[in-house]
Design a protein around this ligand. Structure first.
Ligand SMILES: Cc1cc2nc3c(=O)[nH]c(=O)nc-3n(C[C@H](O)[C@H](O)[C@H](O)COP(=O)(O)OP(=O)(O)OC[C@H]3O[C@@H](n4cnc5c(N)ncnc54)[C@H](O)[C@@H]3O)c2cc1C
Length: 509
């Protein structure tokens, strides 16, 4: 049997691609997923179903997490890099912040030669993803598979409310809808977890398409390579149980995420020549950009000792209800910074008030490389965060702004003292740089490891329609094709890629 389409990876993008392509009953689609599948909502395990408790300062862990590690910076130890291993992919384990890239992000992608990715062309697809339960109008969708809601200001915890007020006290505008194109300032995050239920792409998309006879979903199947006849992709090699199978497809869509997609490409003979030679892999086509351009949002957690009378939130890690997006001083990038208020019970005896400060548009880039020919050995993830002075400067400034926020009147009866970084470090640029490099973490938004771009860009891996250069019948659709990490958390961008690439495929069939 030969499928019309084989989609590898049922994550944020892959579940969308498989759902959209199988809308045509004449198109047979095989969706391969390395992790398990839970077809019924009632049987969905609690760690996937309930979206509380996932914050960037905890490791997700468990059987639904690939549990990778990565090198954050030149001065840090290995950090955990969670990734979803289940239908829904990372959207099934993530923090559910539902934030769109800025129009200025799309502008940059167009500037770099991807003219079909303008904000105007993408807006209908952004609307198609969502049902916004709070807002209607030109910019919001009302009948998409992913439900979106913001917490009311009344439901904010005491620290979140204090943060909301302190930001306004310092002059940042109030922003009740972060998903409007020109939104900036402080306000409730849009979240895809109405009533605390995590709306993954498995729940939103696959639940509406899995009944189709032309869609076959195969969980617990690890794709280890793509098979070629010359430069034409013809199928995949899959580990299922203890056996290895070959499956034929007329077109292969690789949606295994920004870590596994470049790994599978390299194991299939597509990547930097030296890496393929080093691991004795037969070359299909040499593409130096595979695994390069590893982009993410660097973040650090700044902490304060709470007063004994502080009313601690109940959840182990409070959900990310409120955020400040702002433009750093004299920045060339709009909304290039992000701050989130939460309480961590994990720190010290009393827990800590925590303001996470992140760079939403970093100049630094890292690299992903093979460590083995075995699909079960993760690639080396060298994030090399904060390797650019411009990123370090903006983060230093951000940490000092967080300090001003914590000193604002709304925090007066809440904060006893600063924990980290301490006063001496805060006042000295060199010490603060060192502290940042030692403490920097991923915001979990790895992107760009197989970036899209025109054929004139030698580091581009796919064209703007997702087709892999130097091959036929092979496309990529996931966060790996982003030219840069957008100024937003990346789940919406990944789902958008799923929508957009499946639409391109339908148009070309
Ligand atoms: C802890 C955490 C919190 C996050 N919070 C947020 C948030 O609040 N908001 C937000 O917007 N973003 C968040 N993100 C990021 C966001 O969820 C991801 O960027 C997005 O889900 C990536 O989508 P993707 O389709 O590229 O990859 P994924 O969703 O990771 O999908 C890849 C899929 O491919 C499968 N796969 C991998 N290898 C193979 C193989 N060899 N064979 C078969 N299948 C394979 C995987 O199991 C997975 O299902 C978070 C991420 C993490 C880890």
């Amino acid at each position: 049997m030969k499928y019309d389409k084989i989609v590898i990876g049922a994550g944020s993008a892959g579940a969308v691609v498989a759902s959209r392509l199988s809308e045509d009953p004449d198109c047979s689609v095989l969706l391969l997923e390395a992790g398990p599948d839970y077809p019924n909502f009632e049987e969905l395990p609690s760690d996937l179903k309930h979206g509380w408790g996932t914050g960037p300062d905890i490791v997700v862990g468990g059987m639904h997490d690939w549990q990778f590690t990565g090198i954050a910076s030149t001065l840090s130890n290995d950090m955990p890099v969670p990734r979803g291993k289940v239908t829904g992919g990372t959207s099934a384990i993530n923090g559910q912040v539902f934030l769109r890239p800025l129009p200025e992000d799309f502008e940059r992608w167009v500037e770099w030669g991807n003219d079909r990715w303008s904000f105007e062309e993408c807006l209908p697809f952004l609307r198609k993803i969502e049902t916004d339960l709070d807002y209607d109008g030109d910019f919001h969708g009302q009948d998409g598979p992913i439900l979106v809601k913001r917490h009311s200001l009344e439901s904010l915890t005491d620290d979140q409310l204090a943060f909301y007020e302190a930001c306004q006290f310092l002059g940042y505008p109030k922003n009740l809808d972060h998903n409007l194109p020109d939104a900036t300032g402080v306000g409730p995050y849009p979240l895809n977890n109405p009533d605390g239920i995590r709306f993954s792409t498995a729940l939103g998309y696959l639940s509406q398409s899995r009944h189709r006879l032309n869609l076959t979903i195969k969980p617990n199947c690890i794709t280890r390579k793509i098979l070629f006849d010359g430069n034409t992709a013809t199928g995949v090699e899959v580990i299922s149980g203890e056996e290895i199978f070959q499956v034929d497809g007329k077109e292969i869509i690789l949606s295994a995420g920004a870590i596994a997609t470049p790994q599978i490409l390299m194991l299939s003979g597509i990547g930097p020549k030296e890496s393929l030679t080093e691991f004795d892999i037969d070359m299909v086509t040499a593409l130096p950009g595979v695994g390069q351009n590893l982009r993410d949002h660097p973040t650090v957690h700044t902490t304060w000792q709470p007063h004994s009378t502080f009313n601690k939130p109940e959840q182990k890690i409070g959900p990310q209800k409120v955020a400040l997006r702002y433009t750093s001083q004299d920045s060339k990038y709009q909304n290039d910074m992000i701050m989130i208020m939460r309480f961590s019970h994990e720190i010290g005896d009393t827990g800590a008030l925590m303001i996470s400060v992140g760079v939403y548009l970093a100049d630094s880039a890292g690299e992903l490389s093979l460590q083995s020919k075995d699909i079960n050995t993760q690639p080396l993830l060298n994030y090399d965060l904060l390797n650019q002075e411009y990123d370090r400067k903006r983060l230093r400034d951000g940490i000092r702004i967080a300090d001003e926020i914590a000193k604002a009147p709304s925090f007066e009866n809440m904060v006893v003292s600063r924990i980290s970084p301490n006063e001496k470090v805060l006042q000295n640029n060199d010490l603060l740089d060192k502290w940042m490099l030692e403490n920097v973490l991923t915001m979990h938004h790895i992107s760009g490891t197989c970036k899209m771009g025109p054929s004139s860009d030698t580091m581009a891996v796919v064209n703007q329609y997702g087709s892999v250069y130097g091959t036929e019948h092979l496309r990529l659709a996931d966060a790996s094709i982003l030219p840069d990490c957008p100024r937003a958390n990346t789940n919406v961008a990944a789902m958008l890629i799923g929508e957009r690439i499946s639409d391109f495929i339908k148009a070309s069939d």
